[in-house]
Design a protein around this ligand. Structure first.
Ligand SMILES: Nc1nc2c(c(=O)[nH]1)N[C@H]1C(S)=C(S)[C@@H](COP(=O)(O)O)O[C@H]1N2
Ligand SMILES: [Mo]
Length: 203
C-alpha cells in the first residue's frame, strides 16, 4: 500500500537511519557522553606532563613534553564509541597524534601496554593501534579534551570497547608478551571487540 511507501520514505530522512549497522550487538544509542572512571580524575599540570614510549628492553625510546607533543602533526578523526556498559555514541570528532607516529622501532614487539596518571593500564595488540587505528587524542569536538574524558590526552582506539581507550595516558610500553591491564585482570575480555561482543572473560 501507498502508506507503507510513505512511512518508509519518511524514515529515510530521519537521522536515525544513519545508525543502521553501526550499533554493535547488545548496545544502545547514547546521545550524551557518560563519564566512566575507576577513581578520581588526576590533575597533572601541563608543565609536568610528558608522554613516553618504552621499548621491549625497558629503555625509554621516546619522550615528549606537552609543548613538544602539541607541536607534532595532528590528525582529525570521526568515529563511533562503544562502551562495555552498553552505550554507543556515534559521530564523535577527535584530534590527536597517530600512535604509529610515536612508536618508533617496534621490532620484536607484538603488544603494548598503555600507562596513565592514576595507575590505570590497558593492553592491546600492536596492530590495533597501527595505520591510524589508535590516536593519542588531545582534542574533542573542536576544543581541548576535558579532564573528565581523559584530558590533557587519552588513548583512543575506537574499534575496541572504550575501556581500551586509556584516559590521562602518559605513555606506551612495547612488550613481547601480552599481559592483562586494569580491567582485563578484573573480568573484562582481553581483546574487547564490540562487534564480537567480547565483553567479559569467556565471551
Ligand atoms: N585512566 C583511565 N582510563 C580509563 C578509565 C579509567 O578508569 N581510568 N576507564 C575506562 C573505561 S571502563 C571507559 S568505559 C572509558 C570511559 O571514557 P569516558 O569517561 O570518556 O566516557 O574510559 C576508559 N579509560
Ligand atoms: Mo567501561
Amino acid at each position: 500500500m501507498g502508506g507503507g511507501l510513505i512511512s518508509r520514505g519518511f524514515k529515510g530522512r530521519r537521522p536515525a537511519e544513519s545508525t543502521e549497522g553501526r550499533i554493535p550487538p547488545g548496545q544502545y544509542l547514547e546521545r550524551g557522553f557518560p563519564v566512566l572512571t575507576a577513581g578520581p580524575t588526576p590533575q597533572t599540570r601541563l608543565d609536568r606532563w610528558d608522554f613516553r614510549v618504552v621499548g621491549t628492553g625497558g629503555a625509554e625510546t621516546g619522550r615528549w613534553t606537552w609543548e613538544e607533543f602539541a607541536a607534532l602533526p595532528h590528525q582529525d578523526i570521526t568515529c563511533d564509541l562503544h562502551c562495555v556498559t552498553k552505550w554507543s555514541k556515534l559521530d564523535t570528532h577527535w584530534r590527536g597524534v597517530p600512535v604509529q607516529a610515536l612508536l618508533g622501532d617496534t621490532r620484536g614487539a607484538a603488544h603494548l601496554v598503555a600507562f596513565c596518571d592514576g595507575g590505570y593500564t590497558t593492553n592491546l595488540p600492536l596492530e590495533a593501534v597501527l595505520d591510524g587505528r589508535g590516536l593519542i587524542a588531545d582534542g574533542y569536538e573542536g576544543g581541548p579534551l576535558e579532564a573528565e574524558h581523559g584530558g590533557p590526552a587519552r588513548l583512543l582506539v575506537p574499534a575496541l570497547y572504550l575501556w581500551k581507550s586509556a584516559k590521562w595516558v602518559r605513555g606506551l610500553r612495547l612488550v613481547t608478551q601480552d599481559a592483562p591491564g586494569f580491567w582485563e585482570t578484573r573480568g573484562y575480555h582481553n581483546d574487547g571487540d564490540p562487534w564480537k561482543e567480547q565483553r567479559y572473560w569467556g565471551d
